[in-house]
Each structure stands twice: as structure tokens, then as C-alpha cells.
Design a protein around this ligand. Structure first.
Ligand SMILES: Cc1cc2nc3c(=O)[nH]c(=O)nc-3n(C[C@H](O)[C@H](O)[C@H](O)COP(=O)(O)OP(=O)(O)OC[C@H]3O[C@@H](n4cnc5c(N)ncnc54)[C@H](O)[C@@H]3O)c2cc1C
Ligand SMILES: *[C@@H]1O[C@H](CO)[C@@H](O)[C@H](O)[C@H]1NC(C)=O
Ligand SMILES: *[C@@H]1O[C@H](CO)[C@@H](O)[C@H](O)[C@H]1NC(C)=O
Ligand SMILES: *[C@@H]1O[C@H](CO)[C@@H](O)[C@H](O)[C@H]1NC(C)=O
Ligand SMILES: *[C@@H]1O[C@H](CO)[C@@H](O)[C@H](O)[C@H]1NC(C)=O
Length: 516
């Protein structure tokens, strides 16, 4: 493969990070943060004073309005659309410091929001409003692998690429999650977490076996199948800043010591409808070892990319139903590699890069302002009329819509749909596709934003008219959606759990689980 081809393929994959991220040079691999998480010591939580003195009690690093660090870290979110102004940032390195931040928020009646990787589509890691205390979890990157149990316990501040690298290094294992390397495990795991290994290993939420959380009264609880099982139920899909601040997760891990095949096929511009139709038919019967996503854009671009957990020699058979029905591919890239090289490729790096480049724990994003919407589609997908309307509305939005990703969640072999909807908060167990629609504009130009959002809403309504359900994906959070779209038949129980764990609504943002 030529350098040009590699670069092109990498830019395709970076669509998952919105095409805009510039890669860092190599940085050094972080050593273990062992012993950073200290046991709770609530006796130190004395009188609150004012916010400055209260936060200072626990000796965590802080940043207040006016501090250069405050202005810098405020932009440390993926979507720069809102630019909220928090009351303060806290950078805890211990659980006790998280507890103190919660204590101060309650005592002084100030809102609080944990920030994981800052990838919330609506900037909810800054609270979704001005004036919150933002608890930045970046330093929480402890890791401890329990080989016998097949689990790993990790700090909730990890970003996905550093986490994947650490898991590979401890035992050639992984957890299923998204490809964008800078997403935080915190928000990702608490609202789903889908990636190119998910039809075999599940979404990340489904792999949580235990969580440690700081509650509204600033104590620390453990939630697992035996202890506080109701809380674990709620955290698996509805855990983002509604019940408390998760400091640590224990996940089931999966062996990835065997080679993996990454694939990407481009199709002729005018054939989007055929490609989509072939994808729908194939997806319903695809083996669990394959997960894929179809990219479509208003200029007619369309390509299928994904992973197969097996050798490249199987690929023709694995994709046969799709290839039989799709137009002939105009270009293809097939790469069989070990797992960590697969991660490098999907993170936009060269396959020859030193894996330590994946340590993007402190990565700062370039500016992007965007709006995204999602629709969860049930089998068998869109009818012919629906496909036609979808593609024509997409193409009509040529100057205003960025792209659409149709992610394969379901099909009869997918493990995602083998879990009953009432088993945990993540309810969407009848999904074939998750359709994400995305638009972005430059310089926070309000008039361009208005045009783009009008266009994306039009596309969303056009497709929605052909879908049977009314579900959307909570990790593609969208201010315009009601909570019923995210939690469906589990919403009532979530409200009950909210009353139990946070009756004073200490943890809230515009789309958190309400107390009523
Ligand atoms: C470029 C891009 C690509 C993406 N690709 C995918 C993808 O392939 N698959 C997929 O499933 N999703 C994807 N997402 C969506 C992503 O999963 C969500 O945005 C997720 O919520 C991000 O988590 P975060 O920690 O980075 O975000 P944050 O903005 O830090 O957090 C999101 C929410 O979770 C809360 N939260 C964070 N940490 C904690 C904690 N420790 N305890 C309690 N609450 C917490 C925050 O307060 C906030 O409300 C993508 C998003 C972006 C921007
Ligand atoms: C907070 O309290 C301290 C100590 O009493 C005081 O020095 C400081 O000026 C106060 N800060 C604000 C913003 O009120
Ligand atoms: C990230 O930043 C923190 C705080 O500035 C620092 O302590 C840490 O070493 C950095 N980590 C990496 C991997 O650079
Ligand atoms: C903002 O967007 C409008 C509409 O697309 C465009 O005409 C205008 O030139 C843009 N302004 C700036 C400053 O980019
Ligand atoms: C704090 O909240 C937890 C969970 O709701 C509860 O079990 C515990 O008793 C509370 N502790 C105090 C001191 O109120």
C-alpha cells in the first residue's frame, strides 16, 4: 500500500473523531498510578467556608475564573459550541478529593459535573450550563488486571487509546469500545460504548461488573451483582452524572491475542442506495466476529469499514452476502494485524508507529463546533422508499451536512441484542443500526450553524418517518430528545433509583435522570 493510500485510509477512520484531530508526536508511556486512590476519609470534611477554601481543604489542584489554567482547561472539550463557564475546575488524584468536591457542591449549593474525556456531544462534562464545579478525572488511570477472574479494574479517567494500550500490555486483552482514541472511558462506559468488536464482545456498559462511586452524601459505595446491584443496573446505560461520580470500573476483558482484520471498501458515488440496501440485508445475518459501519456523505461518498476478529482469508466468505448485492468496490484496504497494530490503524496512526503514541491521556483538541443526531433502527431496516428518501435528503443537504454513519449494532448473531432490555439501563436490545448524522461549522458562525442544524433536522425527520421505534442513542446525546428515547421502558425504574441515590438532585445536567 502506498503512503497516499495509507493517509487516505487514516483520514477515513478519523471521521470517527470528526476529521479534525491532528496527531501528536510520540509521547512517553505513563507508568502506573498505583496507590493514588486512597480510602475514603470523610472525617476530614469539615466546615465548607467559601468555594475556594472548601476545595482547598482536600489539597486537590484547582483552577478558578481568571487563572490561565482555567481558560485553557475550559476548552478541553470536543464540541466548542457552548463554551460554558464553570465555577471552578478540580483535578483530583484521590477518591477523598472527589468526595471533598461533592461535599463542597452540596454544602455551598453549587452544581457539580465529572469530566471524563470531554466528548459529550452537548458539552455536559462542563455541566451543560454555567457555574458548575467540574471534577476532571484525567489522573484516575490506575490499572489492575485479575487474570484468573478475567477482569480488569481501572480508574474512570482513562481515555480509550491509553486504556487499550495498557490492557494489551498487561495481558493481550481488551474491552470493547469506540475507535476514537481520545474518548473517556467514564462517559463512554456509562452510556453504552460501541466499537468494531462489539457484536462479539458487547458494548462497554455490558462489560461493567463493578463500579466504585462517590454518592451525593460524599460517601463511597461499591456496586456489583451482590452489593448495590440496583445501582449497577442504573449505571450500565444511565450512569452519566445522574447518580454520582464513578471513580473506578471493573470490566470483563476479552482475549485479543489472535490476529484481527481491518477492512475498508469504497463504492462508486452514485450507488449509495444500493450499498445501504446490501448493508441492511447482510447485517441481519452477519457473524458476530464482524462489526462494521457504513459511511455516507452528501456528495455521494460511501464506504464500508470495520473489523473481523479472524484472518483476512475468511473475509470474502464473511462479507459475501454484502458483496453479492453491493456495487463493485472501487477501492479496498484489507489489513490483517495483531490487535495493537489494529488500534494504531484505527486511531489514525501508521501501522509502524510505536504503540506508545496511543498514550493520548492529555491530548488537547483543535476547535470544532458541531451538532449530531441519532436514530436507532429496528430490523429489517428501511424500506425501499425510506432508503430513497434518506439518500435524496442527504444529497440535498450538500453544503450543510457533514456525513452519516450507519453503525451495525444488531443482526441475529450480535451479543448486544441477546441481553433482555430490563437487565440494565441500556434498553435498546432490538437495534439493527445506529444511524448518526453529523454537521459542523467554522468559527461558531451563528448563521451557518442555523443552516446546518436546519438541514440535519430535516434529514433526521425524513429518516425518522420510516422507522418503527422512537429510540436514540444516549451516548450521542442530543438536547432535542426526550429521555424516553434513551431509556424507554427502563425510565420509570431509573427515576426510582434516582430518588434512592440522589433525592436532592445533586448530580444533574439538562438531560440527567430526574427525581420526580
Ligand atoms: C469524536 C467522537 C467519536 C465518538 N465515537 C463513538 C463511538 O464510536 N462509539 C460510541 O459508542 N460513542 C462514540 N462517541 C460518543 C461517546 O461515547 C460519548 O460522547 C461519551 O459520553 C464520551 O465520554 P467522555 O468521558 O469522553 O465524555 P464527557 O463529556 O467527559 O462525559 C460525558 C458525560 O458523562 C459524565 N461522566 C463522565 N465521567 C463520569 C464519571 N466518572 N462518573 C459519572 N459521570 C461521568 C459527564 O458528566 C457527562 O455528562 C463519540 C464521541 C465523539 C465526540
Ligand atoms: C474565601 O474565604 C477566604 C478565607 O476566609 C478569604 O480570604 C477569601 O477572600 C474568600 N474568597 C472569596 C471569593 O470570597
Ligand atoms: C498529564 O498531565 C498531568 C497533569 O499536568 C501530568 O501529571 C501527567 O504526567 C500527564 N500525563 C501524560 C501521559 O503526559
Ligand atoms: C457565516 O456563514 C454565512 C452563511 O453561510 C456566510 O455567508 C458568512 O460569510 C460566514 N461568516 C464568517 C465570518 O465566516
Ligand atoms: C450516604 O448515602 C449512602 C447511599 O445512599 C447510604 O447508604 C449511607 O447511609 C449514607 N451515609 C450517611 C452518613 O448518611
Amino acid at each position: 500500500m502506498s503512503v497516499m493510500e495509507v493517509q487516505r485510509m487514516q483520514s477515513d477512520i478519523w471521521i470517527r473523531c470528526l476529521r479534525v484531530l491532528i496527531l501528536l508526536g510520540s509521547s512517553h508511556l505513563q507508568s502506573s498510578y498505583a496507590d493514588r486512590i486512597l480510602p475514603a476519609d470523610s472525617r476530614r470534611l469539615a466546615g465548607a467556608g467559601n468555594l475556594t477554601t472548601c476545595l482547598a481543604t482536600a489539597k486537590a489542584r484547582t483552577a478558578f475564573p481568571g487563572d490561565p489554567e482555567y481558560e485553557r482547561t475550559r476548552t478541553y472539550v470536543f464540541n466548542h459550541r457552548y463554551q460554558y463557564a464553570p465555577a471552578a475546575f478540580v483535578f483530583p488524584t484521590t477518591v477523598a478529593q472527589v468526595q471533598n468536591a461533592v461535599f463542597c457542591a452540596v454544602k455551598l449549593r453549587i452544581g457539580i459535573a465529572p469530566r471524563g474525556g470531554g466528548h459529550s456531544f452537548e458539552d455536559y462534562s462542563l455541566g451543560g450550563r454555567d457555574g458548575a464545579i467540574v471534577v476532571d478525572m484525567t489522573a484516575f488511570t490506575d490499572i489492575s488486571y485479575n487474570k484468573a477472574a478475567g477482569t480488569v479494574t481501572v480508574g474512570s479517567g482513562f481515555r480509550l487509546a491509553p486504556l487499550k494500550l495498557a490492557l494489551w500490555n498487561v495481558g493481550k486483552v481488551t474491552v470493547p469500545c469506540g475507535t476514537c482514541p481520545t474518548i473517556g472511558v467514564g462517559g463512554h462506559a456509562l452510556g453504552g460504548g460501541w466499537g468494531f468488536k462489539s457484536r462479539k464482545f458487547g458494548i462497554l456498559s455490558d462489560n461493567i461488573v463493578e463500579a466504585q462511586m462517590v454518592t451525593a452524601n460524599a460517601s463511597v459505595v461499591t456496586a456489583n451483582a451482590i452489593e448495590n446491584a440496583d445501582l449497577l443496573w442504573a449505571l450500565k446505560g444511565a450512569g452519566a452524572n445522574s447518580f454520582g461520580i464513578v471513580t473506578q470500573f471493573t470490566f470483563t476483558v476479552h482475549d485479543v491475542s489472535a490476529p484481527i482484520t481491518h477492512f475498508s471498501y469504497d463504492f462508486p458515488q452514485s450507488r449509495q442506495a444500493e450499498t445501504l440496501k446490501a448493508f441492511q440485508i447482510w447485517g441481519q445475518g452477519a457473524v458476530a466476529e464482524v462489526t462494521a459501519s457504513l459511511y455516507l456523505d452528501p456528495s455521494g461518498g460511501n464506504s464500508l469499514s470495520g473489523d473481523y476478529l479472524g484472518p483476512s482469508t475468511d473475509l470474502n466468505a464473511v462479507l459475501k452476502t454484502f458483496m453479492d448485492k453491493a456495487p463493485a468496490s472501487s477501492k479496498q484496504t484489507i489489513m490483517e494485524t495483531d490487535f495493537i497494530t489494529n488500534v494504531l490503524i484505527e486511531s489514525g496512526f501508521s501501522q509502524d508507529a510505536n504503540p506508545s503514541v496511543l498514550n493520548l491521556q492529555n491530548y488537547t483538541y483543535p476547535t470544532v463546533t458541531f451538532k449530531a443526531k441519532s436514530i436507532l433502527l429496528h430490523a429489517p431496516g428501511l424500506c425501499d422508499d425510506g432508503i430513497k428518501t434518506f439518500i435524496s435528503t442527504l444529497q440535498a443537504g450538500s453544503s450543510t451536512i457533514g456525513y452519516v454513519l450507519v453503525d451495525l449494532f444488531g443482526g441475529s448473531a450480535s451479543v448486544i441484542n441477546q441481553i433482555p432490555p430490563e437487565d440494565c439501563a441500556w434498553v435498546h436490545r432490538n437495534t439493527l443500526f445506529n444511524i448518526q448524522m453529523f454537521t459542523s461549522w467554522q468559527n461558531n458562525n451563528i448563521s451557518q450553524a442555523h443552516k446546518d442544524i436546519t438541514s440535519i433536522n430535516k434529514l433526521w425527520r425524513a429518516v425518522r418517518a420510516y422507522t418503527s421505534g422512537s429510540e436514540a442513542y444516549q451516548n450521542y446525546i442530543d438536547r432535542d430528545m426526550p429521555l424516553s428515547a434513551y431509556y424507554g421502558s427502563n425510565l420509570e425504574r431509573l427515576i426510582t433509583e434516582k430518588k434512592k441515590w440522589d433525592s436532592q438532585n445533586v448530580f444533574h445536567f439538562p438531560q440527567s435522570i430526574p427525581v420526580r
